[in-house]
Design a protein around this ligand. Structure first.
Ligand code: MN
Length: 313
């Protein structure tokens, strides 16, 4: 039966739907960055973005392989670098040369184009081919329409606000948590914070945000459900808090669900394949939009986009 059963009767009572906020757990994908294996929590086929967060690589804690990453470009995104162990020397086409240590934040905004390299801070170690860093995350934030074609920029934050929660200390990388706001630039409504757990902690969440939780150095439970390193939990909007329990650190990324169409390829975040193809050609052609970086490491060539017809420029 699809039509009304009666006419003129009492309105049919529809019980309110108790929509539980979404909860999903996925395994990170193992990906190669240079010769280093990383755990890629984002993007996933079924979950491309969490807020404006569109990429999350967790590397280490054992360093292996790649002696840094040579000059390579980005467009349309911010890179967020957060270390748990080790050090990295960041160089970019804005003119930055910045050592980053655990507890500090590097935030680079690509806009219309930027180039950067990440080197071992000790040139002798670099020359010996030793890996520069032990443990950390590399995150990308998609830029919104009003800044994604703008100028590149770089920020380093040696100090970040901390929030004492019962059972945990949180460090706010981006956005705000319980009234503590990071000084880092944020072009959209999003948040990123690390929680250092000492048992069970109730972590406040913005109800309008969706969130991802990544354990960084040990298994945790999330609202009683186990979550291991190498897994990522997705929490849909509509939660005021979540309970994390464990003894290690976890990263929480969140934001307003992202509405824009985002197309990602290689190191570029755009809105169309044409934009990506233009960025590819511009990088290969040494276009001035990407600027210059002086690095001991080799410039990384872009792979050819698979959708370009053979022989096209
Ligand atoms: Mn990069």
């Amino acid at each position: 039966m699809s039509g009304p059963v009666t006419s003129g009767g009492d309105p049919i009572e529809v019980p309110p739907v108790q929509d539980e906020p979404a909860f999903e757990v996925r395994d990170d994908r193992v990906a190669q960055v240079g010769t280093t294996e990383v755990r890629r929590a984002l993007p996933q086929r079924e979950r491309r973005t969490v807020g404006a967060w569109c990429f999350a690589d967790h590397f280490g804690p054992t360093a292996s392989g790649a002696p840094g990453i040579g000059p390579h470009p980005h467009i349309g995104l911010q890179t967020v670098t957060w270390l748990l162990e080790g050090e990295l020397l960041h160089r970019d086409s804005v003119g930055s040369e910045q050592l980053i240590r655990p507890g500090q934040l590097n935030l680079m905004t690509a806009g219309n184009g930027v180039t950067h390299a990440e080197e071992h801070p000790d040139p002798a170690e670099q020359d010996a081919g030793r890996a520069p860093v032990g443990h950390g995350v590399q995150l990308w934030v998609a830029q919104p329409a009003d800044t994604r074609s703008g100028a590149p920029a770089f920020e380093h934050h040696a100090e970040l606000p901390q929030v004492e929660l019962a059972g945990a200390t949180a460090t706010v990388l981006v956005g705000d948590l319980a009234g503590a706001r990071s000084p880092a630039r944020a072009d959209t409504a999003h948040v990123g914070f690390q929680v250092a757990l000492r048992g069970a902690a109730e972590v406040p969440l913005a109800e309008g945000f969706e969130h991802a939780v990544l354990p960084l150095d040990g298994p945790i439970t999330l609202d009683g459900r186990p979550l291991a390193v190498g897994q990522v939990a997705y929490l849909g909007p509509g939660r005021a808090a979540t309970t994390l329990d464990g003894g290690g650190r976890a990263l929480v990324l969140g934001g307003e669900p992202w509405e824009d169409r985002v197309v990602m390829w290689w190191n570029f975040v755009a809105r169309s394949q044409d934009e990506l193809a233009t960025a590819y050609r511009d990088w290969q052609g040494h276009h001035e939009r990407f600027g210059q970086v002086t690095s001991v490491l080799d410039r990384i060539p872009a792979p050819r986009p698979h959708w370009l017809p053979a022989g096209a420029g």
